[in-house]
Design a protein. Structure first.
Length: 542
């Protein structure tokens, strides 16, 4: 009896291997492709303002254990910074270390997209297509290469949904617990994780409901208990932050970022319509645009065969975008990034019509159309996505980034172009002048400068970086006092914040280095004060 059981188990294992070795091999190739897009030239894009803040926090938290909840002081969750800390110990480049966390989170999301697609539709081919779409999409390539919390949030989001579906479908407590752990990770990462908690009950759409009313009531009761378990674990993990000071800051600044709950009553279509238009623009530019075609086709061809699954994907993928478009005061591409994996699964479901036999007349017509159209759309997608992603990796300045993203990450004061080079010059000066204190004044007090400079100068004991404000018309007194005290004194500032008239030597400033950021669009009226491009200056007081 025991031998027969082993024989059956062996046959099942061999059958499983035969069924899965090609999909697993294909998935491995897609993962390697995704890694190559995400790791190559990882630090070529200049450090962004929020990256500088997060990495600097991680450095401080690593150096001082009592400050492990430092991000709460600014109303931010600390999990991303906690994860960055061990990478800072292993890698010498702080920007590479921070961005590598997002790379790994992106690969975890890719695996989640594959798993989620297979759980919903039981199609290996469609799951591989979904993973490929995620791997090469410029949207995912761009944000998985930045030391921002959004890739990590997306990772926890997709796995929260996966485990909640498994929990609802099989009424399993262990899956509900795993969903709770993923939800807890999301709640420790960023506030929009609230969407994952609120949309958890949508998983009931995946339930195979029994026919008897009493059994339906029992099933609903079990589902509610499982949701309570998920919510309990998730919010229990969130309450870890109560161990640090500043927990209340998570909620005290809500109105700085979102409109009041009554916004739809005051102005229901503003900012909903302009923000929605902007979201579509991001998807067209970075999705890229064939993804929109696939989403429309998916809804057309699958609405009768998979109505509940499409409703579930639409609720989880589209509702958060619309809600944020209605309530967000500031709306950028990364704010909807966590919805993209769900939209990719929705788009990829268009290919299911190629696999399932059907006698429904309108589906038969669409199947004939899709047999011809699907390979074309997928080919267009792959060509466009690969070209744009390759440009992002090799020459970010030439990539077709949306206007708001290009200005923030490449052109304006939020972009840290020239900061690494400035830090290297200061390191050389530090080595050439041992024992002499160095004081560096930077524009602002928080953000791209001085944090962007400090992440590279962390191990320079005689170098002090201080913020001195913005819109400088004269050299600040604090820097003049430092120079008078015999310190080597420097000023690092963007030309848009420098209101002194050239030549700068008349103010006692010697230009050691300047970095011209990418050109802005020609708009003389808008840039008549700051010029067509911003420049980062390193001055020495003399």
């Amino acid at each position: 009896m025991e031998n027969s059981q082993k024989l059956v188990a062996g046959q099942i294992s061999i059958r499983t291997i035969r069924q899965w070795y090609l999909p697993i091999l294909g998935l491995l190739c897609i993962v390697i492709l995704a890694l190559s897009f995400r790791v190559y030239n990882l630090t070529d894009l200049p450090v962004f303002v929020d990256e500088a803040i997060y990495i600097r926090w991680a450095q401080i938290m690593r150096a001082e254990p009592t400050l492990r909840f430092l991000p709460l002081s600014d109303g931010k969750q600390p999990l991303f910074m906690w994860i960055v800390i061990p990478f800072l110990k292993l890698l010498s480049d702080p920007l590479f270390a921070g961005r590598l966390v997002s790379v790994f989170a992106g690969i975890g999301t890719l695996l989640g997209v594959f798993t989620f697609t297979y759980i919903l539709f039981a199609s290996k081919r469609t799951s591989l297509i979904a993973a490929l779409i995620y791997a090469i999409a410029p949207y995912t390539v761009f944000f998985d290469r930045l030391a921002l919390v959004d890739s990590l949030l997306s990772f926890f989001g997709i796995w929260t949904f996966i485990f909640s579906i498994l929990s609802a479908r099989y009424l399993r407590l262990d899956m509900a617990m795993f969903a709770g752990f993923a939800l807890g990770g999301a709640l420790l990462t960023k506030s929009p994780s609230l969407f994952f908690a609120l949309l958890l009950p949508v998983s009931l759409l995946i339930v195979d409901w029994p026919k008897k009313k009493t059994s339906v009531i029992i099933t609903i009761g079990k589902l509610f208990v499982l949701w309570l378990v998920t919510w309990g674990i998730g919010y229990g993990m969130q309450n870890i932050m109560r161990l640090g000071p500043g927990f209340s800051n998570l909620f005290s600044r809500n109105l700085d970022y979102v409109h009041p709950i009554t916004q739809p009553l005051v102005s229901p279509f503003d900012p909903l319509m302009p923000h929605t238009d902007r979201a579509i623009e991001w998807l067209l530019a970075l999705g890229p645009w064939p993804l929109i075609i696939l989403i429309v086709l998916a809804l057309l061809v699958n609405i009768r065969r998979f109505p509940r699954r499409l409703l579930l994907l639409s609720a989880w993928g589209i509702l958060p975008i619309l809600i944020q478009a209605e309530y967000a005061k500031v709306f950028t591409a990364r704010y909807i990034y966590f919805s993209l994996p769900i939209l990719i699964v929705l788009a990829t479901s268009a290919f299911l019509v190629l696999e399932y036999p059907t006698k429904i007349k309108y589906l038969m017509r669409y199947k004939k159309l899709m047999v011809k159209l699907a390979p074309l759309v997928l080919t267009l997608y792959c060509l466009h996505a690969t070209l744009v992603s390759f440009t992002l990796v090799n020459s970010p300045e030439a990539a077709p980034l949306p206007r708001s993203e290009r200005s923030g990450y490449l052109e304006d004061w939020t972009a840290g172009g020239g900061i690494r080079e400035t830090a290297e010059i200061l390191k050389d000066i530090h080595r050439d002048n041992p024992g002499i204190p160095i004081v560096v004044g930077t524009e602002g007090y928080f953000g791209t400068l001085p944090d962007g400079l400090q992440i590279y100068l962390e191990k320079m004991p005689n170098v002090t970086v201080i913020g001195i404000g913005i819109d400088l018309h004269i050299v600040p007194q604090s820097l003049l006092d430092s120079y008078a005290a015999g310190n080597k004194t420097f000023l690092v500032i963007n030309s848009s914040r420098l209101k002194m008239q050239e030549p700068y030597e008349q103010f006692g400033l010697k230009t050691l280095y300047s970095y011209q950021k990418p050109m802005r669009p020609v708009d003389a009226e808008k840039y008549k004060e700051n010029g067509p491009f911003d420049t980062l200056y390193l001055f020495e007081l003399q």
